[in-house]
Design a protein around this ligand. Structure first.
Ligand code: 3HC
Length: 693
């Protein structure tokens, strides 16, 4: 064995040179790795005893991409292009042996090998789009040559990781190798390639699939049209598409030129900076300073859920999806049956779309049982999640019962979206077992899990909850107990301003348009119409005191009644409503004020800056660990546009000093609701950035 450098070895297995990369955690293409590959391939090519070359990785995965931490800095050592040129021009067959994930630059390295083999559990993708980028090492030109432009469009704009079986079917790998026997399989493949005198195929020369799409611009036009909504606001999907167009219409070398130019533009732009930040923010959020990595975990084999409504059902699906048994308790048979039927319908819809098989529907349903009795069902659960009505007395009653029923060591969780969890925990004799697991609706779809740590929650319960979140595919952020926690508390700041703006003369559709154009999927008033204006509205108590009261009294309770803030046509298209406009106008006149014209800039600043300020109060009170955790919450739970990083990241783009100055100005003219957080004043005085927190 020859050590090429600290992360690369070269060994000879008979006449096959094996280059082994070992750069934890994910063998990313750092300077060291590039050097190892460059020197390793040169040595293998030069070794007369080697007739073929296998590239394989140690650890959990094949190369998972370029080293994202290097982006934005000066590149050291050999470039990825140098590595790829050496591999691609090798006079001996090169075989990439793939396990784990071959992603981004990792797949691009594999695509300059002559052959690729992988184990059944391996996955393949070009996920650069999720970092606001495009594959910058020839992937945009090579992938369409292997899988065809249509498939490449889908893979590159979604960043999806394709499983090995699919990769084999689309020609991305040449052979599947038995799980656990990758090295032997790859060596055997390499030997066979030599013995059979197989040609040194190069993906770059394989033009049949791109040529077949030449002169068919409709492929791209239709794809853009079909995905316009999904891609709205993002640059990277469009840039990926342009590169695939170049692959179809231009010779390989010219296509590479287009790729290089567009990659450079994205890399130096603000969107990719925000998306790369988000990648690390999500991973950072997993790290809890006072909860050590080796904190003992509580094994979770069976989960109890209280409530078979939309929330309880969605929560249950998360666990069944990963093979964990769930028992759902309801008070009456009819809502229980309805809840279980809804879960089945959801799974069947996913199956109809090809997301899971019919057998998987049955497997998952078999893991979910229903019951009318907590006493009968919860004695052996490892975790119970309460998802009932948001009323403190009901929650306390449930937790008193859970304390009596559940086994010692079980985690007792509440899905409350803002109630005081310390108060809930106080009715139990085991407050250390109590935690908030705040799912977002629909709970089987939304990525965010706000994990709420109460005063006495044990570290083990926190560590287990964080781990479980990852297991069920959620992005978790740990927050502290305060009204609304992090997400809803900041939402409250925005809602308050949205309502006030309307009472000063802005129309709901003006506020919505500004926030939609900023990148939110919808504005607050459209959102209210969708959710139903009557949530929390009580007919008997309504006295026309608010705009909402008046709208609800006129049976304008949102989309479901065909009218709310907006009027809706039969296709649920929203139109500005003269009725609402008059209601608003009457309110303003009654208050003795004059409606004024409010510009888009003020709408945006009034809605967003108080959110940033609220974020600072949250940090100052220690209810979030770091500014980036707040961004994780807002991106994954509230539709903050990913390419704008999150409210705190956005604050840095605006500049903390400007945010403070505006808050002071608003405070002077509109009152103390705009009072800047002390932490914001300090941040500016210290000349620091939000991201320093
Ligand atoms: N560069 C640097 N660090 C990386 C990395 C990368 N490409 N990928 C992962 N890491 C780090 C993570 O930050 C994390 O570090 P931490 O432990 O200090 O927090 C650690 O590796 C483990 O990552 P995960 O927690 O995400 O581990 P998982 O096992 O859940 O997932 C993975 C593994 C699927 C590989 C996931 O990490 C991932 O999706 N990575 C990014 C893949 C990617 O986007 N590749 C393309 C990069 S851009 C590119 O290649 C440009 C090229 O075209 C020129």
């Amino acid at each position: 064995m020859t050590a090429i450098n600290s992360v690369t070895d070269l060994t000879l297995d008979g006449d096959v040179a094996v280059i082994t990369l070992n750069s934890p955690p994910v063998n990313a293409l750092s300077a060291n790795v590039r050097e190892g590959l460059f020197e390793g391939f040169k040595a293998a090519i030069a070794d007369p005893a080697a007739r073929s070359i296998v590239l394989i990785c140690e650890g959990r995965t094949f190369i998972a991409g370029a080293d994202i931490t290097e982006f934005g800095g000066a590149m050291k050592g050999p470039s990825l292009q140098d590595v790829q040129d050496t591999m691609e021009n090798s006079p001996k067959p090169v075989v990439a042996a793939i396990h784990g994930t071959a992603l981004g630059g990792g797949l691009e390295v594999a695509l300059v090998a002559n052959y690729r083999v992988g184990v059944p559990s391996a996955r393949f993708g070009l996920p650069e789009v999720n970092l606001g980028l495009l594959p910058g090492a020839g992937g945009t030109q090579r992938l369409p040559r292997v899988v065809g432009p249509e498939k490449a469009l889908e893979m590159m704009t979604s960043g999806r990781h394709a499983p090995a079986k699919e990769a084999l079917a689309m020609g991305l790998i040449d052979e599947l190798v038995e799980e656990g026997k990758l090295k032997e399989g790859a060596i055997a493949f390499a030997r066979k390639a030599v013995a059979e005198g197989r040609p040194l195929v190069k993906v770059r020369d394989n033009n049949s699939k791109v040529e077949a799409a030449r002169g068919k611009p409709e492929i791209f036009a239709e794809f853009r049209k079909a995905n316009a909504r999904k891609f709205r606001g993002f640059l990277a999907p469009e840039y990926n598409i342009r590169c695939i167009e170049a692959a179809v219409n231009l010779p390989f070398a010219e296509g590479l030129g287009v790729e290089r130019k567009l990659f450079g533009e994205l890399m130096s732009g603000s969107q990719s900076a925000a998306q790369r930040y988000s990648f690390f923010a999500e991973r950072q959020a997993q790290k809890i300073p006072d909860v050590a990595d080796d904190t003992p975990l509580i094994p979770i084999k069976k989960v109890g859920v209280i409530g078979a409504g939309t929330m309880g059902g969605g929560i249950s699906m998360n666990f069944a999806n990963v093979g964990i048994a769930v028992v759902i308790v309801e008070q009456k048979q009819e809502p229980l049956d309805r809840g279980l039927a809804t879960i089945r319908k959801n799974y069947e819809r996913t199956a109809a779309r090809g997301g899971i098989t019919a057998a998987q529907v049955e497997e998952r349903m078999a893991l979910i049982t229903g019951s009318l009795s907590m006493e009968d069902s919860f004695a052996d659960v490892d975790l119970v999640i309460e998802a009932v009505f948001e009323r403190m007395d009901i929650k306390k009653d449930i937790f008193t019962k859970l304390d009596a029923i559940c086994k010692p060591g079980a985690i007792l969780a509440t899905n409350t979206s803002g109630l005081n969890i310390d108060e809930i925990a106080s009715v139990t004799k085991r407050p250390e077992a109590v935690i908030g697991l705040h799912f977002f609706s629909p709970a089987n779809v939304m990525k965010l899990l706000e994990i709420v740590r109460a005063d006495h929650t044990s570290k083990s319960v926190i560590a287990t909850s964080m781990k479980l979140a990852k297991q069920i595919g959620k992005v978790a952020a740990l927050v502290g107990v305060c009204p609304g926690f992090v997400g809803n508390r900041i939402l409250g700041a925005r809602q308050r301003e949205a309502q006030k703006l309307v009472l000063e003369g802005a129309m709901p559709w003006d506020v919505d348009r500004v926030l939609y154009d900023f990148g939110f999927p919808m504005g607050p008033f459209a959102m209210s119409d969708l959710a139903g204006l009557d949530i929390g509205w009580v007919k008997e108590k309504s006295n026309g005191a608010t705009i909402r009261d008046v709208l609800c009294e006129a049976d304008r309770r949102g989309q479901k009644t065909g009218a709310g803030y907006y009027d809706y046509d039969e296709n649920r298209n929203a139109n500005p409503s003269p009725f609402t406009e008059k209601v608003i106008h009457d309110f303003i006149v009654k208050s003795g004020a004059n409606p004024r014209t409010i510009g888009d800039e003020e709408i945006l600043e009034r809605c967003i800056y108080p959110m940033i300020n609220e974020g600072m109060k949250i940090l100052e009170e220690g209810k979030a660990i770091r500014a980036s955790d707040i961004d994780v919450v807002w991106q994954n739970g509230y539709g903050w546009p990913v390419y704008r990083g999150g409210p705190m990241w956005y604050g840095d783009q605006i500049g903390a000093a400007k945010v403070l100055a505006k808050m002071q100005e608003f405070q002077a003219t509109m009152g103390d609701e705009f009072k800047p957080a002390a932490a914001l004043e300090k941040l500016v005085a210290d000349g620091k950035k939000f991201s320093d927190l």
